[in-house]
Design a protein around this ligand. Structure first.
Ligand SMILES: *[C@@H]1O[C@H](CO)[C@@H](O)[C@H](O)[C@H]1NC(C)=O
Ligand SMILES: *[C@@H]1O[C@H](CO)[C@@H](O)[C@H](O)[C@H]1NC(C)=O
Ligand SMILES: *[C@@H]1O[C@H](CO)[C@@H](O)[C@H](O)[C@H]1NC(C)=O
Ligand SMILES: *[C@@H]1O[C@H](CO)[C@@H](O)[C@H](O)[C@H]1NC(C)=O
Ligand SMILES: *[C@@H]1O[C@H](CO)[C@@H](O)[C@H](O)[C@H]1NC(C)=O
Ligand SMILES: *[C@@H]1O[C@H](CO)[C@@H](O)[C@H](O)[C@H]1NC(C)=O
Ligand SMILES: *[C@@H]1O[C@H](CO)[C@@H](O)[C@H](O)[C@H]1NC(C)=O
Ligand SMILES: *[C@@H]1O[C@H](CO)[C@@H](O)[C@H](O)[C@H]1NC(C)=O
Ligand SMILES: *[C@@H]1O[C@H](CO)[C@@H](O)[C@H](O)[C@H]1NC(C)=O
Ligand SMILES: *[C@@H]1O[C@H](CO)[C@@H](O)[C@H](O)[C@H]1NC(C)=O
Length: 381
């Protein structure tokens, strides 16, 4: 306290009238971290206005802190609740800064905040529901921490949110049903590697700007909402390792013109390989391994201009290996192992010179024909 009383008039005298409330908040922030490399100790000094301090940015009047941003720097400590006093803060980035402890509720009092990035720390406790008050927020990144509990229902109020990243935590419970009812600006959703349960909320289908949906490594169940397969801007669907099931909508209800990555590995999907994928002309990778897909390996795969990786291993696929695929010289990986495919490996596969990975193992392929690809002999094993 003595320090504050001494410093505040000092900076006021040196510069244009500095805001003592913001100054006090910054000093309290500094006091709550260990700063082992002494960066704050040497730079955040009373001899210079706080707007010139490393990691701090101010508005044009030089009075109000608008940004507090540190990345990849050891701060070690907890997040000071006093940061909630930085009334004009629009960007708070404390990413990979060895912080722990909870996210203080006071951060919910930052009405101007547009960017909140606390990723790659060891923050714990629950995600405060008061963050739902930050209605200007455009990006919320809490990736790679130790958060527990559910995703707060209140986040549904973030109607300017474009990016939501909560991956690599220990979040559980279902995704709140209304989470996507009003967050209509969302373009990136990453909730992977948590323990989320239940079904994917149907309201996700109303996110007309959605580009990336990553829900991999969770415990999500039930069929996916059909609306997910009818989104104009969606480029990536990654739901690997969940308990999702059911058939996927047919060609006429399948409209994903921008799709590049379709990753449904390790679920309980069944039915034919979705023929609607044949319309996704930008498709780069299709991963449907370890499901219960049936029917044949479709020959239209050979007509997908940008397709480089095909993973269909461990399903119930039958029929022959389509010889047409041998013309798709852009292929880098082709895994058809662990199915019920029959016939022979077409010798034309020798044309696939760019292949880095190929497997037909554990099928019902007959004969002992050898196919040479990149000077390696591929047999049915
Ligand atoms: C603190 O760091 C900033 C940004 O690197 C620099 O401009 C400023 O001169 C430094 N101040 C002191 C006192 O070292
Ligand atoms: C975190 O920062 C350290 C340096 O402090 C760096 O080596 C590491 O790669 C960073 N981690 C991430 C995930 O960016
Ligand atoms: C800043 O915030 C703290 C706790 O959030 C509060 O107790 C204190 O009165 C505030 N300080 C100023 C100068 O507003
Ligand atoms: C958060 O928003 C609710 C509803 O708008 C309001 O009642 C509450 O006072 C706000 N809390 C804070 C800390 O601003
Ligand atoms: C979200 O919208 C769906 C309709 O899409 C509605 O059934 C549900 O009640 C809404 N949930 C909330 C919490 O508003
Ligand atoms: C697909 O979405 C559009 C609006 O984006 C809608 O008009 C159409 O009915 C939907 N198609 C299906 C099969 O749900
Ligand atoms: C899917 O439907 C389109 C028309 O929307 C059609 O041109 C295409 O041949 C169909 N593809 C398959 C595999 O049925
Ligand atoms: C797909 O391939 C075409 C032509 O080869 C190319 O113009 C286009 O940019 C590619 N799309 C993507 C998403 O890579
Ligand atoms: C997968 O398909 C096989 C054969 O159709 C069936 O016996 C099995 O019960 C299915 N498994 C699941 C989990 O649906
Ligand atoms: C591969 O392409 C060539 C030239 O376009 C064509 O003549 C041939 O029939 C194709 N082979 C297969 C198996 O589709």
């Amino acid at each position: 306290m003595v320090l504050l009383i001494l410093l505040a008039p000092c900076t006021t005298a040196l510069t244009s009238p500095s805001n003592t409330k913001d100054l006090a908040a910054l000093l309290e922030f500094k006091a709550q971290v260990k700063d082992p490399n002494g960066i704050l100790a040497s730079n955040w000094t009373a001899s210079a206005p706080f707007c010139s301090w490393i990691g701090v940015s101010c508005d044009s009047s030089g009075q109000w802190v608008t940004g507090l941003e540190f990345e990849d720097m050891a701060l070690q400590g907890t997040i000071s609740p006093q940061l909630g006093n930085l009334s004009f803060l629009s960007s708070l980035v404390l990413s990979n800064t060895s912080l722990m402890g909870p996210v203080p509720n006071e951060l919910g009092r930052l009405p101007q905040l547009q960017n909140l990035d606390l990723s790659y720390n060891s923050l714990s406790g629950t995600i405060p529901s008061i963050l739902g008050n930050l209605t200007r927020l455009e990006s919320l990144n809490l990736n790679s921490n130790k958060f527990v509990g559910g995703i707060p229902q209140e986040l549904e109020n973030l109607n300017n949110l474009q990016i939501l990243r909560l991956s690599n935590n220990d979040l559980s419970r279902p995704i709140p049903q209304g989470l996507f009812n009003n967050t209509l600006s969302l373009s990136i959703i990453r909730l992977g590697s948590n323990r989320l349960t239940g079904e994917i909320p149907g309201s996700i289908g109303s996110l007309s700007k959605l580009e990336m949906l990553v829900l991999e490594n969770n415990l999500l169940s039930d069929p996916m909402p059909a609306a997910i397969f009818n989104m104009s801007y969606l480029q990536a669907i990654a739901v690997t390792r969940n308990n999702l099931r059911g058939p996927i909508p047919g060609n006429e209800s399948f409209h994903l013109p921008m799709l590049e990555v379709f990753s449904l590995n390790e679920n309980w999907f069944k039915g034919p390989i979705p023929s609607g994928l044949s319309k996704c002309r930008n498709l780069d990778a299709i991963s449907l391994a370890v499901n219960n897909f049936t029917g044949s390996v479709p020959s239209w795969l050979a007509t997908m201009p940008n397709l480089t990786r095909i993973y269909l291993s461990t399903n119930e696929l039958t029929g022959n290996i389509p010889v047409e695929l041998s013309n798709h010289t852009g292929l880098l990986a082709l895994d058809l192992s662990q199915n019920k495919l029959e016939g022979k490996i077409p010798p034309e596969f020798g044309q696939l010179r760019n292949l880095r990975y190929i497997s037909f193992a554990n099928n019902r392929i007959t004969g002992t024909n050898r196919v040479w690809i990149n000077r390696k002999s591929i047999t049915q094993k």
